[in-house]
Write a protein that binds this ligand. Structure first.
Ligand code: NAD
Length: 390
């Protein structure tokens, strides 16, 4: 029996959570659900995400969650960012896989890749300085005093500054996660993505460290030159699994990666990248395989793992039993894999794939015409998936 936190979310969240729970239970895996009602109404009423929700996730270590609305301009931070920080969920995992029957511009490509995004550093660290502020002007002066190369040459009082910290330890942690994931999931390659030709001290460091991690994992380098002068990361070597050359280490610059993903996505497998590049690439990858309705995700860290769809609460459809539950159900499939229930995970994924391929018991967004009267509701699609597993 697994004890798992189930966060209901708001908007269409409770509907897709109910649909997902039905499908996970239908796999036969025994789960004691620790249901935590938490959506925008509760957060507004209590002034924050209730402590009981955080405590439940910390105690159970695994949670699945419906989307939660972030009100604009009411002083609330994104609950999702808050949960990531509070639980130190440093790795965001987004699989992007084509399923037959999902309409996309890329129907003929066989996309099956996993994007692993660093969740804590980079321009998302929130270290920002507003233009016009005295401190910002002072900072710009100091930067220009210290800078040996290029300087900031716009005015001190009209320039804003955002800081991009990238550390060896943060990069090691996410690279370690990516190679470990690749080995455990029998993936062929890990592609490290950044813009090291422009940002030598942050993205250059990123490549140094992902190469060192690759060597520690016994990865085969796509080009021999990439391994020249690289030493295996001393913190990882001997402590991590040896891929025996079965995982290939590759590198791409972010701009080239975008083009390659559109032109030949089938060449890529696991992609590991920084926070901002990962944010952009994950939407690009979701677009390759059919968009938000089918894009699952997970945020994984040292204390817990939180599984959730990429999409938001789609509030305009609230209570209509209309939206597509696939993304959260596939997040549930990832959760089953994570807790070691691999057979059940495969069964659930196959059932989802079969229902989508048949195209009959699917929600409006998966029909050729969005007004198709034969579209079924959220719960009916989930029930069709459950029937496939019987
Ligand atoms: P959204 O993803 O909720 O919806 C955008 C549009 O995408 C919807 O109007 C709908 O047409 C479509 N859509 C989304 N999910 C769908 C589904 N399952 N089936 C069919 N169609 C679907 O994005 P938004 O409108 O920008 O965000 C709404 C709220 O959700 C915001 O407050 C935002 O902050 C929040 N949000 C939460 C999460 C999260 O909880 N992880 C993630 C993203 C956004």
């Amino acid at each position: 029996m697994h004890k798992i936190t189930l966060i209901t979310g708001d908007g269409t969240g409770p509907e897709i959570v109910e649909a997902t729970r039905k499908c996970i239970d239908a796999t036969g895996v025994k789960i004691d659900w620790d249901v935590q009602e938490c959506g925008i109404e509760i957060i507004e009423a209590e002034g924050k995400v209730p402590d009981r929700v955080i405590e439940s996730i910390k105690a159970n270590k695994v949670a699945i969650k419906g989307p939660i609305t972030t009100p604009i301009g009411k002083g609330f931070r994104s609950v999702n960012v808050y949960l990531r920080q509070e639980l130190n969920l440093y790795a965001c995992v987004r699989p992007c896989k084509s399923y037959k029957g999902v309409r996309t511009y890329f129907e003929d490509s066989n996309v099956d890749l996993v994007l692993i995004r660093e969740n804590t550093e980079d321009l998302y660290a929130g270290v920002e300085f507003q233009s016009g502020d005295d401190k910002t002007a002072q900072l710009i002066k100091t930067i220009n005093e210290f800078a040996s190369g290029k300087k900031i040459n716009t005015r001190e009082d009209t320039t804003g500054v955002s800081i991009k910290p990238i550390s060896y330890e943060g990069t090691r942690r996410i690279a370690d996660f990516a190679f470990d994931y690749a080995i455990k999931n029998e993936r062929k390659s890990v592609t490290s993505v950044c813009k090291a030709n422009i940002m030598k001290f942050t993205d250059g460091l990123w490549y140094d460290e992902t190469r060192a991690a690759a060597l520690a994992y016994g990865a085969k380098f796509e080009w021999d030159e990439l391994a020249e002068g690289v030493k295996p990361d001393p913190e990882l070597v001997g402590k991590v699994a040896d891929s025996n050359g079965n995982v290939t280490y590759m590198e791409r610059l972010i701009d080239n990666m975008c083009m390659q993903l559109v032109q030949k996505p089938e060449l890529y497998d696991v992609i590991v990248t920084q926070n901002l590049y990962g944010d952009i690439l994950s939407d690009l990858c979701a677009g390759l395989v059919g968009g938000l309705g089918v894009a699952p995700g997970a945020n994984i860290g040292t204390e817990a793992a939180l599984f959730e769809a990429t999409h938001g609460s789609a509030p305009k459809y609230k209570g209509q039993n209309k939206v597509n539950p696939t993304a959260l159900i596939l997040s549930g499939k990832m959760m089953l894999d994570y807790i070691g229930e691999r057979e059940a995970a495969a069964k659930l994924e196959q059932a989802v794939a079969d229902v989508i391929a048949e195209g009959k018991d699917v929600t409006y967004d998966m029909k050729p015409n969005r007004n198709d009267p034969t579209a079924v509701g959220t719960q009916e699609m989930a029930e069709a998936i459950c029937r496939k597993m019987q």
